[in-house]
Design a protein around this ligand. Structure first.
Ligand SMILES: [Zn+2]
Length: 286
């Protein structure tokens, strides 16, 4: 009798922290994508910002913003990244980031379900989990604006939000407190395969891959690598222990990437579940 009671109490306390739900992340993604194309400075981009804020409001976090005007090939564009801070007591910080904007494609119905949508929905679900999770470190969740380039990508055209925040945190002396920064991008693809991104911290990458294998998700974390420029890069350049989790093989010949084929039917709750469970396990280890 006693034993049963003790087990029930144990089960109840184990269930105290909410598990990451891929289905919930997919629903958040669907809501974000329903706003249509969401390039920086657009009405839909602002509406999505308001939606993200409304979802964070009931949680035990502080919401702040990094607003600025970017010089782009399309002129000056107002951008605003959103930061949710869940305070810890250690004086150190763990940061998880992703972008919520979609690539400006005038005249085309580019809704970026995977590219912009999945990272937005993933972070909203992660916020729900972190809200009930005990953590020693401050946890920052960041929705970047302006990841995408206006036209052709270059050193000065793209990752506007992360560049701006890395500079701001550098000036404020906040970068030295960061234990790890993990960026997620295009992690909702039904056919999930995360590549070993070459600009990322090798130690952090090994930790994530080992965790994925331990959880039985090894087949989704590939042995092959490639290097890309993404929102982790401004932080890598400033010496932060940073990693980009990206599946850059989206459709036959990457055919869904930056095209009107990047729609909700290409995503799965399971893929978001895999990445979410791995990331939560990594956050507990850091
Ligand atoms: Zn993109």
């Amino acid at each position: 009798m006693h034993c049963t009671k003790a087990i029930l109490i144990l089960l109840a306390s184990a269930a105290w922290a909410a598990d990451f739900s891929g289905a919930s992340a997919l629903e958040f993604t669907r809501k974000a994508v329903a706003y249509g194309p969401r390039p920086p400075g657009s009405e839909a981009n602002r509406k999505l910002q308001a939606y993200i804020e409304s979802q964070l409001k009931p949680l035990r976090c502080r919401v702040s913003f990094d607003a600025f005007t970017a010089d782009t090939p399309s002129g000056k564009v107002a951008m605003r990244s959103i930061i949710a801070t869940f305070p810890g007591a250690s004086g150190r910080t763990v940061v998880v980031t992703g972008h919520f904007d979609t690539k400006p494609m005038p005249g085309r119905a580019f809704v970026g379900a995977n590219d912009g949508g999945s990272s937005t929905g993933f972070l909203l679900e992660l916020a729900r989990v972190v809200n009930t999770m005990s953590h020693a470190d401050d946890i920052y969740l960041v929705w970047f604006d302006g990841e995408e380039a206006f036209g052709e990508w270059s050193d000065t055209n793209g990752i506007y939000g992360s560049k701006h925040l890395a500079d701001k945190w550098s000036r404020e002396g906040a970068l030295g407190r960061i234990k790890a920064l993990i960026n997620v991008d295009m992690i909702g693809d039904k056919d999930l395969g995360i590549l070993q991104e070459g600009n990322s911290s090798p130690a952090l990458l090994r930790m994530v891959w080992t965790t994925a294998h331990d959880l039985g998700y090894g087949k989704y974390f590939l042995d092959s690598g490639f290097a890309t420029e993404d929102d982790h890069l401004p932080f890598v350049h400033k010496g932060v222990n940073a990693l980009d989790l990206i599946d850059f093989d989206y459709g036959p010949g990457n055919d869904y990437w930056h095209t009107e084929k990047d729609t909700m039917d290409k995503l799965s709750a399971h893929s978001l579940d895999v990445v979410g469970n791995v990331l939560v396990a990594v956050m507990r280890k850091l």
